[in-house]
Design a protein around this ligand. Structure first.
Ligand code: 6PG
Length: 233
């Protein structure tokens, strides 16, 4: 893993956007990225909408690493947030957007979304391969919607599965561990002091860090972790 530190969440998002442009430029053919929910991506989406020309996105296909099981116009919808802050202002064509249908029955939707991903992406190591999977980390060490009490999702054989938020009981459709780990690149955007203790334990490979889903992806060789200074100072 590589950890890169920036002054603010804004500069975290801006640097990731710069790196992503380079990776998109270097790649031929369709470029598949799995987006995430959370606070830092909101800054990223606004930055993309304000600073990137529509043409940049022509070959880019957008998926999600996780989605809350709510309709797209619900304020909890990860698609809804991205749509409002980025897709609509940047006029991203609907054919490039592959959302999880949060309004559908979760188990059936996890199956449908798994098939969609398997059909659309190249297969490497017998698993679909995203060019980039964007992730965040919750204060409980969760990532995507793989929570510490559902660690078995890290080894699940399906591409996507249904998860349950441990506090609210909200259903989520999440990508499982293997397809996430199989991405060409994983980018974590982690900001805010509330992540400091967990991140320090993960970095030092403390025993308790094994209990948190984010840990194994953070330690992968092809992972870049973008943090703001409040996470490490
Ligand atoms: C979601 C996520 C989730 C998120 C983390 C970090 O849909 O909630 O994909 O895994 O990335 O909870 O969120 P913050 O960036 O808000 O801390």
């Amino acid at each position: 893993m590589q950890v890169r530190t920036f002054d603010t969440p804004q500069t975290v998002a801006e640097q990731f956007a710069t790196d992503l442009s380079q990776w998109m430029e270097d790649s031929s053919g369709p470029f598949n990225i799995a987006l995430s929910g959370g606070s830092t991506p909101k800054i990223l989406f606004q930055h993309w909408a304000q600073n990137f020309q529509a043409a940049v996105w022509e070959k880019v296909h957008f998926y999600w690493g996780d989605e809350r099981c709510v309709p797209p116009d619900n304020s909890d919808s990860n698609f809804g947030v991205t749509n409002q802050l980025f897709f609509e202002p940047s006029k991203i064509p609907a054919t490039n957007i592959h959302r999880v249908l949060g309004e559908s029955e979760p188990v059936a939707e996890a199956v449908r979304y798994s098939q969609l991903i398997a059909n659309n992406l190249v297969s490497v190591n017998d698993l679909p391969q995203f060019d980039v999977v964007l992730l965040g980390m919750g204060t409980d060490g969760h990532t995507a919607s793989i929570f510490p009490d559902q660690m078995q999702l890290l080894d699940d054989d399906e591409i996507c599965a249904v998860a349950t938020h441990p506090d609210t009981g909200q259903k989520r459709v999440t990508m499982t561990g293997k397809p996430i780990a199989n991405a060409k690149r994983i980018a974590f955007l982690i900001t805010g002091q509330s992540k400091k203790d967990k991140f320090a334990s993960i970095q030092s490979k403390a025993d308790d860090s094994k209990l948190w889903p984010a840990t194994q992806f953070i330690h992968q060789e092809n992972t870049i972790v973008y943090v703001d200074k409040s996470v490490i100072e």
